[in-house]
Write a protein that binds this ligand. Structure first.
Ligand SMILES: NC(=O)c1ccc[n+]([C@@H]2O[C@H](COP(=O)([O-])OP(=O)(O)OC[C@H]3O[C@@H](n4cnc5c(N)ncnc54)[C@H](O)[C@@H]3O)[C@@H](O)[C@H]2O)c1
Length: 357
């Protein structure tokens, strides 16, 4: 049965900072979506964003949630406040688009998931790179088994953030509201790694804080054993001057596909006649990137995810990126931090078993 996306949706954005502005621009790219209102604890920021996009600036969350013309709320506040805002949005009967990570603790993520379930609203958590062109191609290759049995997956984020970046807002670089390089930056390609390889079963990690005065880590290295038996690595850093393309490398029994900043740059498949020794970029890299510039975010992949979410609402189905999938990514990040803290490998229980405990 074909899906419809006929309904109009009014979007309210909570948090008018760096990513709030990207959401406002992205909403403008989504057919059937209107930016109705924004709010921020800093009223000047809400007014500036509202003026730029010709929508209302509400003085607080309650007044934004009281609006009848808002049925979807974008949660663009610091990461450790996602549940606090998202739970209130769900309680007001609004569907919720939450920025990554879903939250910084599993307990807070579970509060948000429970509130959505209790109020019968949908939640998606932004992982916009799943909508990049190269990832779409990779999905098609994986779904037709073109790589064979998966053996090895590598996710690498070597980005650069200055000390000024961490000092640009009090929440940045704190365990309570942000998390470190993996929770904030590496999460994007970790999510893609899990999406390609399947669930993780065990991680062994080390973390280091070397190039910034922050309480969180600015470099993470982790070894992953996937539930399938395949193995992998995760590297995330904000200390790698001047900042490089994020990379995902997936190896199966039939060859390897390399994704760099959203584009497939190599596809080496033993039994694929379309594959040359060195395949040129099949898709253009998404520009600009956030490798060195926190605000360098192309809104089109956010727009694609928001559009897919609105279609899910219209058709009464789960969105492509569920809160459960974002929770699974958060669970791996928490296990990585625990492993780095304790010096031991940490097992990751499947969701069913964890909830049963
Ligand atoms: N998907 C991506 O590529 C991407 C990129 C950047 C940031 N993010 C995520 O977006 C979130 C925000 O990051 P940012 O860089 O935009 O931060 P920011 O500091 O630039 O903006 C956050 C805004 O939220 C406001 N705020 C704080 N508490 C609030 C509350 N209770 N109610 C209303 N407003 C409140 C602040 O005043 C600020 O304007 C984080 O979770 C981050 O991980 C995602």
């Amino acid at each position: 049965m074909s899906e419809t996306n006929a309904a109009r949706h009014g979007i309210g954005i909570v948090g008018a900072g760096v990513i709030g502005a990207v959401h406002a621009e992205a909403v403008g790219l989504v057919p059937g979506a209107t930016l109705a209102a924004v709010t921020d604890v800093d009223p000047g920021r809400a007014k500036a964003l509202a003026a730029a996009w010709d929508c209302a600036a509400e003085p607080d969350l309650a007044s934004l949630l009281a609006r009848d013309d808002v049925d979807v709320v974008g949660v663009c506040v610091p990461s450790g406040l996602h549940a606090e805002v998202g739970v209130q949005a769900a309680a007001a009967g609004k569907h919720v688009v939450v920025e990554k990570p879903i939250e910084v603790t599993l307990a807070a993520a579970d509060r948000l998931i429970a509130a959505a379930r209790a109020n019968n609203v949908l939640v998606t958590v932004i992982s916009q790179h799943r909508f990049d062109a190269g990832l779409h191609e990779l999905r098609l290759l994986l779904d037709r088994g073109a790589l064979g049995s998966l053996l090895l997956g590598e996710a690498s984020t070597k980005w650069y953030r200055t000390q000024d970046y961490y000092e640009s807002a009090a929440w940045r670089g704190t365990w309570e509201l942000d998390g470190g390089s993996l929770m904030n930056q590496g999460i994007h390609y970790l999510d893609l790694l899990l999406w390609a390889m399947g669930p993780a079963a065990e991680v062994t990690a080390i973390c280091a804080t070397q190039a910034h005065r922050v309480e969180v880590e600015d470099t993470t290295l982790a070894l992953v054993r996937f539930a399938s038996g395949a193995v992998g690595t995760v590297l995330s850093s904000t200390a790698a001057y001047p900042g490089f393309d994020q990379r995902l490398e997936i190896t199966g029994t039939n060859g390897t596909v390399i994704v760099s900043s959203g584009a497939i740059t190599r596809r080496e498949l033993a039994s694929d006649p379309a594959s040359a020794a060195t395949t040129p970029a099949a898709t253009p890299a998404a520009e600009p990137t956030a490798a060195a510039n926190p605000g360098g975010i192309d809104p089109s992949s956010h727009a694609a995810q928001i559009a897919e979410f609105l279609t899910a609402i219209d058709n009464g189905r789960e969105p492509a990126i569920t809160a459960g999938s974002a929770r699974a990514t958060l669970q791996v990040i928490c296990a990585v931090y625990e492993s780095a803290r304790t010096g031991r490998s940490v097992a990751i229980s499947p969701p069913g078993e964890e909830r049963a405990r």
